[in-house]
Design a protein. Structure first.
Length: 305
């Protein structure tokens, strides 16, 4: 009567708070998800949640099934890992590079969780390497690269993790602070603060300013997100960052944020892996853990297609 997919759907509904976002999380249409839940309620002969509430409010029966999901699904996951070890698929090396200055917020919990379950896999983020990560991945110097800028390289698979929106952060008293979205021309007289990477790897340039033939008055760089926020809050520039990286600063009313354009600029974060590594059970588990962890700790992201 109750299937694993039902439990996963209920957890997604609880975590996202809406049918639309839950459907994206479990890769169903909203209609298919609604039909699945209605079918389950008919089987159980009782409602599981209250319609037209946001966030979704669960009935006692729904809360009971959520408790079941929290108990059963992790056990299933652990059993899958144990069976993989029995099959001899536990050994490996996972050396990675991150082309994303804001990624540590979700990547570190992912690595910690992965190490707990795969202690036999050597996990490392090599420091001080002076090479391009993606070509190094193809040369087998690395095993995984987190990137938002995929390149067409042979034998490299790009596994989508999630979609995110780039937002423009401005000081609370900035003239742009009350705008829901900005246009490229709004940045002509602005100092744009970025991480110290090539402009070709920044969405604010490649997908917003350059297509409009616009250049900011000046650019400056900062190594850390906190440094960027301090500069923005003190009106020494503006910066474009992924929505999840701005969450804590927006919640504290430290800065304001605007979308880049009416429809916003959305990107996808990928885990780049060599094709031959995709068959490793521990690699599949790392990718799944990364995706699940990111949705549990980040705000504003969406499932990748």
């Amino acid at each position: 009567m109750i299937e694993f997919r039902h439990l996963r759907t209920l957890l997604a509904l609880r975590d996202t708070g809406s049918l639309v976002e839950a459907a994206e999380r479990v890769h169903l249409t909203q209609s298919a998800l609604s039909h699945q839940l209605k079918d389950l309620e008919e089987r159980l002969d009782c409602p599981l949640f209250l319609r037209k509430t946001r966030p979704v409010q669960f009935t006692r029966a729904g809360q009971r099934l959520l408790g079941l999901a929290e108990q059963v699904l992790p056990q299933i996951r652990n059993a899958e890992r144990d069976i993989a070890r029995m099959a001899g698929g536990e050994q490996g090396r996972l050396h990675m590079a991150i082309e994303c200055h804001s990624c540590f917020q979700w990547l570190m919990p992912t690595i910690d969780h992965f190490r707990d379950h795969w202690p036999e896999v050597e996990v490392d983020i090599p420091a001080g390497q002076h090479f391009d990560p993606l070509p190094a991945l193809a040369r087998e110097q690395l095993d995984l690269v987190i990137t938002a800028d995929p390149q067409p390289l042979p034998r490299i698979h790009y596994e989508p993790l999630f979609r995110y929106e780039s937002l423009l952060a401005v000081a609370r008293q900035h003239p742009l602070a009350d705008k829901r979205h900005v246009v490229p021309e709004d940045l002509i007289d602005q100092i744009l603060i970025t991480y110290p990477v090539e402009h070709s790897k920044l969405d604010v340039f490649t997908r917003f300013l350059e297509p409009a033939g616009i250049h900011p008055r000046e650019t400056r760089t900062a190594e850390l997100t906190m440094m960027m926020m301090q500069l923005v809050a003190s009106e020494r520039g503006v910066c474009a960052l992924p929505n999840w990286a701005l969450t804590e600063y927006l919640e504290k009313d430290y800065v304001k944020a605007c979308s880049l354009g009416r429809d916003g600029v959305w990107g996808t974060l990928y885990a780049a892996v060599r094709v031959d590594q995709m068959s490793q059970v521990w690699m599949s588990d790392f990718l799944r853990t990364a995706r699940e962890t990111s949705f549990s700790v980040l705000n504003g992201i969406r499932p990748a297609g």
